[in-house]
Design a protein around this ligand. Structure first.
Ligand code: C2E
Ligand code: MG
Ligand code: MG
Ligand code: MG
Length: 281
């Protein structure tokens, strides 16, 4: 270790390590107070139904406005929240805020909330969801929980019972980032998902890699045969959209349709309802 090295010994790597770990500790400490200081907020990204070019709902995406670092992306602070256990407090805040926001939206609009593994498997999670829905006075079927395949792998049994409980409650569950984990068709057969979200990496490469196109096409038809909804994530170009339309994908999401926006902007977006003619094909 650096401390044991003699005087005058320079050890850049460990200094860099120390700096990184100090940085991480600082971020951890800051994150611990982020909820109380009201530094977290949600942005919402629309789902567009390709049958009628109507917005059917929004995915809530978490943001952290750090007082000195500026906007910290979830890819940086969610892992810290998971390691420290802060994910429970933060996750509860997300559910409550998403439901409270949903209460201001039309009845036929849903909100989708991302869950971490630890959160999904925690004991009080159902009660938290029930309470958030009740406090916001929104119907359970308007709330969708997004989980990933990796959450099913190790704790399949408990995942199945949580999923069934959510379904009984009336909420729905979507399988996020489909195709990136250990995708098992058994999950689709045995677990009550209402929707599959095809990972954006497949959509990105679909027009240049025939094997990607084949996978996207197959997953869409599989979902249809299983009577599960299917969403394509990360749609960025009109060509991709056209392709997905040809494959009869139910819904699309991505920068082409809309970037994540504030709750205020959601209301403005909903006023138009029908999307611009460019998407109408
Ligand atoms: P995700 O749930 O798969 O969300 C999709 C991510 O792709 C979002 O990044 C979104 O902004 C981004 N995206 C949407 N459309 C496009 C597109 O057309 N092109 C590209 N390149 N990207 C697009 P974001 O908001 O940075 O979130 C990253 C991940 O962080 C999410 O992936 C989710 O796993 C996690 N996350 C976000 N919010 C929460 C939360 O409240 N709780 C938990 N546990 N995780 C969250
Ligand atoms: Mg998601
Ligand atoms: Mg995703
Ligand atoms: Mg449809």
């Amino acid at each position: 270790r650096a401390k044991k090295a003699g005087p005058g010994t320079v050890c850049f790597f460990e200094e860099a390590d120390d700096k990184a770990s100090r940085d991480r500790k600082a971020l951890q400490a800051d994150l611990a107070g982020a909820v109380a200081r009201d530094e977290l907020f949600l942005v919402f990204q629309p789902f567009l139904d390709l049958d009628d070019n109507r917005i059917t709902g929004f995915e809530a995406l978490l943001r952290w406005q750090h007082p000195s670092r500026g906007l910290v992306p979830p890819s940086e602070f969610i892992p810290i929240a998971e390691e420290t256990g802060l994910i429970h407090e933060i996750g509860e805040w997300v559910i409550r805020r998403a439901c409270a926001t949903l209460a201001h939206w039309p009845e036929d609009i849903r909100v989708a909330v991302n869950f971490s593994a630890a959160q999904f498997h925690s004991a009080g999670i159902l009660q938290t969801i029930v309470q958030a829905l009740a406090d916001a006075k929104v119907a359970p079927h308007r709330l969708e929980i997004e989980i990933t395949e990796s959450m099913l792998l190790s704790k399949y049994g408990s995942a199945a019972s949580i999923l069934n409980a959510l379904l009984q409650l009336g909420a729905t569950v979507a399988l996020d980032d489909f195709g990136t984990g250990f995708s098992s068709l058994t999950y689709l057969r045995k677990l009550p998902f209402s929707r599959i979200k095809i990972d954006q990496s497949f959509i990105r490469d679909m027009l240049v890699q025939p094997d990607c196109a084949a996978i996207v096409k197959s997953v869409i038809s599989l979902a249809r045969d299983l009577q599960i909804g299917v969403v394509a994530e990360g749609v960025e170009t009109a060509d991709q959209l056209e392709y997905l339309r040809q494959f009869s994908c139910d819904e699309v999401q991505g920068y082409l349709i809309g970037r994540p926006v504030s709750a205020v902007d959601v209301l403005a977006l909903l006023e138009t309802r029908k999307f611009r003619a460019i998407y109408a094909a």
